[in-house]
Design a protein around this ligand. Structure first.
Ligand SMILES: [Zn+2]
Ligand SMILES: [Zn+2]
Length: 88
């Protein structure tokens, strides 16, 4: 088991080059998902879709403890790795 907080993170080698690539947008697949100033709300600056981070997995129903809302490590279900983001 990977340590908590790292289970859902995919380290993209590109991000080591200094580019500020974020998590991929479930809508367009581009790595431009950004947290907004609202807790649990994200917006893709590429396709401008808005997403809400759910505390319950829409796929398997597992609850995730959202310890750090600003941490993108919590954006995927630890059980099934489905995205916890829902379009709003
Ligand atoms: Zn997008
Ligand atoms: Zn799940």
């Amino acid at each position: 088991m990977p340590p908590p907080g790292f289970a859902a993170v995919r380290i993209d080698p590109v991000s080591e080059s200094g580019l500020d690539l974020g998590p991929e947008c479930p809508g367009c697949g581009e790595p431009w998902l950004r947290a907004t100033n609202l807790a649990g709300r994200y917006r893709c600056v590429y396709c401008l879709r808005r997403y809400e981070l759910r505390s319950e997995c829409p796929d398997c129903g597992a609850h995730s403890t959202i310890a750090r809302m600003s941490d993108t490590a919590n954006m995927m279900c630890r059980a099934c790795r489905a995205s916890m983001l829902r379009p709003i």
